[in-house]
Design a protein around this ligand. Structure first.
Ligand code: CUA
Length: 339
């Protein structure tokens, strides 16, 4: 019955989240597979225990039921050493079967360094903020909200938080881990195939905790290397290359630059926007359209309660249009690039 229940849950959740890969029940990487296998193992053990207990229970109900004319008390028993040892030892053995791989896996997943024979391992610093994610790459640039990784290899994350405790979780790829101000936690993830994987903040961190979404985008290694190269180049650009977005750049310099960096590494108080035009979403969960972007800039609190962005309700339309055109120009990916 446990298994049927799980099947029902899988079907239900795959209907809801299948498209976004927001499920631990359809693993897309070795760590997630390991977690799934252990979850199934514990489920089989629980189903087995349930079956045995119920079998004994019904057997005893039937065998020792009161019969007609049976008016004597049955023999009174005060304990059985054999039984007590049995029902102590069996659970200990079952728990050991779960405990040993869990401990081994937990330490393996927290590994912060690639083995010595791996030369070009990817290391990414993750910082949780209310309510967005910052990803700093070793090559000297920063991405907000969407983290890119190569497929088929372990990518090592060093996780921290700016304000309160958050938790970094990409269910299809692996376990979650808290990001804690002042403490470095480590975790590696690996994606088997290219794709976009939904990520969530998994620690209650304020009114917009439930909206603190991010995406992990896995690319083939060569596409990833290209992306890194493009990001490095883009992060070097201060002035817009395209004169048509100069007006929007001026608005940005006046209204946005004190919180949002567009170049260089690190971040101001808001997400770095180096590749904002590539983002699939605004603020982690809103569709990245011009209308939505304008609505967001005019009143961010309507969409993400308690966020720190300043609203610009009265920005003139022509300034808004210019600003949006400038933000759209901040992209490194091209039409037809692998998703
Ligand atoms: Cu950040 Cu919940």
């Amino acid at each position: 019955s446990g298994y049927l229940g799980l099947v029902a849950v899988v079907l239900l959740l795959s209907g809801c989240f299948g498209e976004q890969n927001l499920t631990a029940l359809d693993p897309k990487g070795p760590q997630a597979q390991w977690i799934f296998d252990n979850m199934m193992l514990s489920l089989y053990i629980m189903a087995f225990v349930t079956l045995v207990v119920f079998a004994i229970f019904f057997y005893i109900l039937a065998k020792f039921r009161r019969e007609d004319g049976d008016n004597e008390y049955p023999k009174q028993v005060h304990g059985s050493t054999v039984l007590e040892i049995t029902w102590t030892v069996i659970p200990i053995l079952l728990l050991l079967v779960l405990f040993v791989p869990t401990i081994i896996g937990t330490f393996d997943f927290a590994e912060s360094q690639a083995p010595d024979d791996v030369e070009d391992a990817v290391y990414i610093d993750v910082t949780g903020h209310q309510y967005w994610w910052q990803f700093d790459y070793e090559e000297g640039f920063t991405a907000g909200q969407e983290v890119y990784i190569p497929t088929g290899e372990r990518v090592y994350f060093n996780l921290n938080a700016q304000d309160v405790i958050h938790s970094f979780w990409v269910p299809a790829l692996g376990g979650k881990i808290d990001t804690v101000p002042g403490i470095d936690n480590t975790l590696w993830l690996e994606a088997d195939e290219p794709g976009t994987y939904m990520g969530k903040c998994a620690e209650l961190c304020g009114p917009s905790h439930a909206l603190m979404d991010f995406k992990l985008i896995a690319l083939e290694r060569e596409d990833y290397d290209q992306w890194v190269e493009d990001m490095v180049a883009k992060a070097d650009v201060e002035q817009p290359e395209d004169a048509s977005v100069q007006a929007g750049y001026d608005v940005f310099q006046e209204s946005c630059i004190s919180c949002h960096a567009v170049s260089g590494p690190g971040s101001a108080s808001g997400p770095t926007l180096t590749n904002f035009g590539d983002r699939k979403t605004i603020a982690g969960y809103l569709e990245n359209t011009d209308e939505q972007l304008e609505a967001w800039i005019r009143n961010p609190d309507e969409f993400k309660q308690g966020n720190n962005m300043q609203p610009f309700p009265d920005m003139p339309d022509e300034e808004m249009d210019a600003l949006i055109a400038y933000l759209r120009s901040l992209e490194v990916r091209e039409e037809g690039d692998p998703e």
